[in-house]
Design a protein around this ligand. Structure first.
Ligand SMILES: NC(=[NH2+])NCCC[C@H](N)C(=O)O
Ligand SMILES: [Mn+2]
Ligand SMILES: [Mn+2]
Length: 309
């Protein structure tokens, strides 16, 4: 179903919101409330106040209650994650072929497997920028937790036994040279090894401290945008410092501050190369006063073109 497309990502006139209330990839309930929380924090109002057509809102009817307990494995809830990914992929694919900008609200970061399944059905060669405190590059062998959100990128590039291409409707795997991780500061030993052996580009917090967020994001756009049909931005809210975004399942100190995050998204918006976005890991149960969800709304509007002046 490859209807190859050169995505310009220019002024995203049409946005399709795809809510994915799902937590089974994270081993901890709460992220299934993320989409509702982000919408209650004013996302729809914000988008409508900008010069953007909010074309439609979909809620993906994904499994909330586990059904795979009868098949114990080291990897938790694999059948549920696969079902969710197929359903999300279908919606994301439909948005993309309709020339809409898919804005996917997670859910834990395993929902990105669904986004990428749908997007690769449409784009032959997609770049991916992955904002995250983590690498999400564990495999069945290296995962310390068995949680699939910590494996999502490995799935996307085909390094785990469970591969993106196992999802019905997915196109090809994401090429490792087209992905860039930004904001990492908590990598497991197996992830470090994989990053080294595969030569995956990671701009950790160390590089952000050293070069500044502007240089890092410009380099990330160059790498993920080089020869690709578009860039998928997968934004794990835990890339932010827990002082800004406490409502995430796996907070790690020393993350991006408020202005760095906004500036990063403004630069990505200006580049006109981003063709889709996920916002994941918002867990309102761990939040204060919906602060993390409100921040997600502001960051999404920066990406969609909101400017101070
Ligand atoms: N998307 C996330 N928040 N991932 C957290 C992953 C944590 C840890 N590296 C794991 O594999 O379990
Ligand atoms: Mn993540
Ligand atoms: Mn993370």
């Amino acid at each position: 179903m490859n209807s190859q497309k050169q995505g310009s990502g220019s002024e995203h006139k049409k946005v399709r919101l795809i809510s994915v209330p799902f937590w089974l990839g994270s081993g901890r309930a709460g992220t299934e409330l993320g989409p509702e929380s982000i919408i209650k924090a004013g996302l729809v109002r914000k988008i409508r106040s900008m010069d953007i057509h909010l074309e439609s809102e979909h809620e993906v009817d994904c499994p909330i209650k586990p059904f795979s307990q009868g098949t114990p494995s080291k990897i938790k809830y694999l059948p549920e994650v696969m079902e969710m990914s197929g359903l999300v992929g279908e919606q994301v694919y439909r948005a993309a072929i309709n020339d809409s900008f898919p804005l996917i609200l997670g859910g834990d970061h395993s929902v990105a497997i669904g986004s990428l399944a749908g997007l690769t059905g449409h784009y032959n060669n997609l770049g991916v920028i992955w904002f995250d405190a983590h690498g999400d590059l564990n495999t069945e062998e290296t995962t310390p937790s068995g949680n699939l959100h910590g494996m999502a990128l490995a799935v996307a590039i085909g390094k785990s036994n469970f591969k993106l291409t196992d999802i019905p409707g997915a196109g090809s795997l994401i090429k490792k040279e087209n992905i860039v991780i930004v904001g990492a500061r908590d990598l497991d030993p197996g992830e470090r090894e994989l990053i080294r052996s595969e030569g995956i580009t990671v701009f950790s917090m160390h590089e952000i401290d050293r070069m500044g967020i502007e240089t890092v994001v410009k380099k990330a756009i160059e790498i993920a945008g080089n020869g690709t049909d578009g860039i998928h931005l997968s934004f794990d809210m835990d890339c932010l410092d827990p002082q800004e975004a406490a409502g995430v399942g796996t907070p790690v100190p020393g993350g991006l501050n408020y202005r760095e995050a906004h500036f990063a998204l403004e630069l990505l918006s200006e580049s006109q190369r981003v063709t889709s976005m996920d916002i994941v890991e918002v867990n309102p149960l761990l939040d204060y006063d919906r602060r993390t969800a409100r921040l997600a709304v502001e960051l999404a509007s920066s990406l969609l073109g909101k400017r101070i002046l």
